[in-house]
Design a protein around this ligand. Structure first.
Ligand SMILES: C[S@@+](CC[C@H](N)C(=O)[O-])C[C@H]1O[C@@H](n2cnc3c(N)ncnc32)[C@H](O)[C@@H]1O
Ligand code: SF4
Ligand code: SF4
Length: 340
């Protein structure tokens, strides 16, 4: 297969859209063109719905230099099976080109994806938009178009308790890249929930674009159920985030208020029972196989899911709620209370 591919043109399919993009970039600049393409996609998705596979993730490696207490990845036996080689991954992406796979947005995860920087650099050319979720212990490559989500799980001591000694110091060093689009992303659990405000304060002046939050999702078979905060505390955490967003930090807390409200216990089960994310997303494991139902794999407890994605997608389906959210965000930006 690889030999046959060598004779073919390897690389992303060049569509009419790409040609229009290049032409427009020459005329009005890349950033403006991107903005208009984003608007166009929003309108298109709104009218016709997101195409299946428009958003998803690739576990580009089964390796990781850490073993975090809460991690879903090591509930699986990925490490016992060989990951795809560089050529096999490119081969995989090439074979998707033969289908109607949309190559829209890809999150590069794992394991620790930056252990395979060169491969991601090749792979991301296939997608219109790329996100790399990293533990931040490896120097970030110079990819200005990529969104980096750097995992930080609280204050220095807490972070190092969850992720390993010395990790926080390395993250701080590697996050100091104002030229890159970096968000810090915290998974809130029973151990670290008291660090939320400290965490925002610590990161708000260091040049990252914002803070993201998820809540711990219990994974069947992993001995980390004690990290689950329970429904009452989970609601209190969400209320706190809503208050902090409204009163103090605005859009620096990158999770929309609507999404935080949907995550509360009176609503969340309806959302996760009918998880839109699992229906429309694609997720590939380190062997290039489809991973179901989502990137967290089959042992994730959907009913107690704390991932923001199903809630985001649910919100997107509700046009009225979405319009209200945009209005509130504008009001925050213009109002005196706006953070910046
Ligand atoms: C599996 S990691 C892979 C990327 C990278 N190694 C990292 O740590 O960011 C992706 C994200 O999933 C989060 N995560 C892992 N286990 C989780 C769980 N049980 N519930 C919620 N999030 C989890 C991690 O904290 C991280 O932010
Ligand atoms: S760094 Fe990421 S993949 Fe590695 S153990 Fe921690 S959460 Fe899991
Ligand atoms: S764990 Fe969450 S994101 Fe994954 S399928 Fe279940 S509800 Fe959806």
């Amino acid at each position: 297969m690889i030999n046959t591919l060598e004779k073919k043109q390897i690389g992303p399919k060049r569509t009419l859209r790409d040609k229009v993009f290049d032409y427009s970039s020459q005329k009005i600049g890349k950033e403006r063109t991107k903005f208009f393409f984003k608007l166009y996609d929003l309108a298109r998705f709104d009218l016709f719905g997101k195409p299946k596979g428009a958003i998803g993730s690739i576990d580009i490696t089964n390796r990781c230099n850490l073993r975090c207490k809460h991690c879903y990845f090591y509930a699986h036996d990925y490490e016992e099976r060989p990951e795809l080689s560089d050529d096999e991954w490119i081969d995989k992406l090439e074979s998707l080109k033969e289908t109607d796979f949309p190559f829209y947005q890809c999150s590069w995860i794992g394991g620790e994806p930056l252990l395979r920087k060169e491969l991601i650099e090749r792979g991301m050319k296939y997608f219109k938009s790329n996100l790399v979720a990293t533990n931040g212990t490896i120097e970030l490559p110079n990819w200005p178009d990529v969104n980096f989500y750097m995992s930080v799980d609280g204050k220095k001591d807490m972070h190092d308790t969850i992720r390993g000694k010395g990790c926080h110091e390395r993250i701080k060093k590697h996050a100091n890249r104002p030229e890159l689009k970096i968000h810090v992303s915290m998974v809130i659990n029973k151990m670290n929930y008291q660090d939320i405000e400290y965490f925002i304060e610590e990161w708000k002046d260091v040049g990252v674009k914002g803070c993201l939050f998820q809540i711990h999702t219990p994974i069947k078979g992993l001995k980390n159920d004690d990290l689950w905060p329970g429904w009452q505390l989970r609601d209190e955490i969400l209320d706190k985030l809503l208050r902090l967003k409204d009163d103090k930090y605005g859009d620096f807390i990158g999770v929309p208020s609507l999404v935080l409200k949907l995550m509360k216990s009176d609503k969340c089960k309806e959302v996760t029972r009918n998880c839109v994310f699992k229906e429309v997303s694609f997720c590939l494991d380190p062997q290039g196989q489809i991973k179901k139902p989502c990137m967290m794999g089959p042992y994730a407890d959907c009913l107690r899911c704390g991932c923001v994605l199903p809630f985001h997608m649910w919100a997107l389906e509700d046009k009225w709620l979405m319009a209200r959210e945009v209005f509130m965000s504008l009001r925050r930006k213009l109002g005196k209370k706006a953070f910046r």
